[in-house]
Structures are given as C-alpha cells and as structure tokens.
Design a protein around this ligand. Structure first.
Ligand SMILES: NC(=O)c1ccc[n+]([C@@H]2O[C@H](COP(=O)([O-])OP(=O)(O)OC[C@H]3O[C@@H](n4cnc5c(N)ncnc54)[C@H](OP(=O)(O)O)[C@@H]3O)[C@@H](O)[C@H]2O)c1
Length: 323
C-alpha cells in the first residue's frame, strides 16, 4: 500500500514522499482501517519540521486524526474516527489504530466531518468545560476564531450558553466567526480587541479567554480578563511563547490555565470516550458542525500542510483519498 512518508526532517514539500510501505498489521487490540479522510493539524507540520515535542523515529508517516472503515474482524464495515499512533500516521491508504481509541460515528455523518471532530473539538470541550469551568451566561473570548481550534471553540462556547466574542485576522475571517455563531467578532489586525471586550462586558472583561495564538495576543488578553477570570493557554500559533507575570495574577485575581489535550489519553483516559459521546450528541442536535475550509485529495498533502503554516487556511483542512 501507499503512504506519505518522510525519511528526513524539513518542510513538507521537500521531505514528504508517496511511497510503498508494508500493510499495517492486525494485532489483538488493534483495528485495521481503510482511511476515508484525514484532518490536518499544525502538529503535523511541526512533526515534519522536527520541532514538535513528540519526535517519532524516521521514517514516519504524519496524520494524527482520521475517519475510516474497519477492514476486518467483528467490527468489519464499521465507520469510526480515531487517532493513529506515530510512526504510522493517517496520511496513508490504510492504518492500524488502537481499538480503544476508535470511536463509532453516526451513519449520517460524512467521513470529512468525522475526521474533523476529534482533536480540535475534544480540545475545545475539555478546555472549556473541564479546565475553564465555563458557565452559561459568561463572556468567552475566542482568539483566531476562524482557525481550526478557534472555530470549534466558538461553536462549543455557544453550545455551552456563553456569550462569545471572537477575534480573527481580516474581514473574511471575521465574517466566518459570525457565521459560526459568535455574538461579536473583532478584526484584531485592524483594531485593539481590549477596549471592545471591555465595552461589551461593561468594563468587567471576559470570564474565559481561549488563546491558541499566544505572544502579543496573550499579553493583551491579560488586560481584559474579568475578576476570577480564566485564561486558557491552548497554543502558540503566533510563534512567541508569552510570559505570565505572577504579580499581575494577584493584582487582578485571575488564573492562567494550561491545556494539553493529548495528556488526557494517558492521565485520564475515560475523558476521551466521554467527550466523544458529548460531541456526537451535540452534533446530532445540530449545535456543532465542523467548519471544513478545504477538502483536498490526499495527493495534495505536502502543499496542504505548507498552507497550514502560512495563516492561509480557514477552519479544518481535510484530505480524502482519490479512488
Ligand atoms: N493544547 C492543545 O491540546 C492543542 C490541541 C490542538 C491544537 N493546539 C495548538 O493550537 C494552535 C492552533 O491550532 P489550529 O489547528 O487552530 O491552527 P490553524 O487552523 O492554523 O489556526 C491558527 C490561527 O492562528 C492565527 N494566527 C495568528 N498569528 C499567526 C501566525 N503568526 N501564524 C499562523 N497563524 C496565526 C490565524 O488566524 P488569524 O489569521 O485569524 O489570526 C490562524 O488561522 C497551534 O499552536 C496548535 O499546536 C493545541
């Protein structure tokens, strides 16, 4: 079978090769899947460059979340979503996944939607509910609301009954945030979001800030966080890891919380299936529906990954095998 594989680290366009690889083996506790869709993540790009915290042995195949059809055994024919383990990721025709990490999906759900309902939505749900304890009626500020992580957080914040304020870089992205359900959207490249958030909250500030950008965006967020507010540090898409001065935390009485969703898989594994069940229920109710910015052939993996690093994508980018 074929898979995208890299034998040296670098930019995806330079190092990814579509090569013959051995078929995935079916062991006890694993499922072999035909890959129906792969959703891309910034982590895939960082893995190719060798700057992700996880450093799989070379050669490896990226692709952290897939939807697929079980090929054999008692679950043959079942459609699931799953997170393949590296070095054998999902940018391939077929993949083996741990049975415990493969979750059923509704018949009516497309493969593309299913592949997009794992990492960003699990991160958003755990981040907003478990870590931030977001309450109905609270003001939630979501940064980079048109991105993969941000678009999920807007929908999940609305589903949780929060008043959602979103930021995004550019008029098209701002419109996307509004279509996703944000009550107010701010172009943070064109204006300072801090006074807008303060105006909208009668000077209180946001109760929860969902920050996947970091850098200056995090620094400015510290000046519009409410009394007993929670800033959730999700990622550093902007490139700079910001500092959180502890004296300011005391003066303004707020919390800075870290979120690493992947750790729940080993530290509190039951969180993952519980969150999957909650997400499927929200999807069935029509409360969430992933924003698929691009659905591309699997053959375009190198350029699609490059676009993900260039601030050039909206929502999720999903690759599908060509027949
Ligand atoms: N903590 C966790 O468990 C967890 C889980 C998943 C992802 N993450 C992290 O979350 C971050 C966002 O992931 P994602 O999937 O949402 O990525 P994405 O789809 O590429 O979105 C990131 C957004 O960040 C904004 N941004 C601001 N400055 C940027 C810059 N200099 N370069 C690129 N983008 C910039 C862009 O929106 P605008 O142009 O509108 O500003 C972009 O759309 C990544 O750092 C990822 O590693 C963390």
């Amino acid at each position: 079978m074929k898979a995208w594989q890299l034998s040296e680290l670098g930019e995806p366009r330079d190092v990814l090769r579509w090569v013959d690889v051995p078929e995935p083996e079916a062991h006890a506790g694993t499922l072999r899947l035909r890959v129906d869709a792969v959703a891309l993540n910034v982590s895939d790009l960082l893995l190719c460059r060798g700057v992700h915290q996880e450093k799989p042995p070379l050669p490896f195949t990226p692709g952290l979340e897939v939807s697929g059809t079980v090929l054999d055994g008692p679950r043959a024919g079942e459609r699931v979503l799953a997170c393949p383990g590296l070095p054998h990721g999902g940018l391939a025709e077929r993949v083996a996944v741990a049975e415990a990490s493969a979750f059923p999906i509704p018949d009516a759900m497309s493969a593309t939607t299913a592949a997009s309902l794992m990492i960003t939505y699990q991160t958003g749900y755990v981040g907003l509910h478990t870590r931030s304890r977001l309450q109905p009626g609270e003001a939630l500020l979501v940064h980079a609301g048109a991105g993969g992580v941000g678009s999920a957080a807007i929908q999940l914040g609305k589903a949780a009954g929060a008043r959602v304020i979103a930021t995004a870089g550019g008029p098209d992205e701002v419109e996307v945030c509004e279509q996703l359900g944000a009550d107010v959207s701010i172009d943070y490249l064109a204006e300072d979001f801090v006074p807008v958030v303060k105006d909208l909250t009668e000077g209180r500030g946001a109760d929860v800030i969902y920050d996947s950008v970091g850098g200056d965006v995090f620094d400015r967020s510290r000046t519009c966080i409410a009394f007993e507010g929670r800033i959730l540090v999700v990622g550093f898409a902007g490139g700079r890891i910001a500092e959180a001065p502890t004296d300011h935390l005391i003066v303004e009485n707020y919390s800075v919380l870290g979120l690493h969703w992947g750790l729940y898989r080993t530290q509190q594994p039951q969180v993952i299936p519980d969150t999957h069940a909650a997400l499927m229920a929200l999807w069935e109710q029509g409360s969430i529906d992933p924003l698929i910015g691009a659905e591309l052939p699997l053959s375009e993996a190198p350029s699609a990954l490059a676009d993900l690093g260039d601030r050039g994508t909206i929502g999720k980018v999903v690759l599908v095998p060509t027949p």
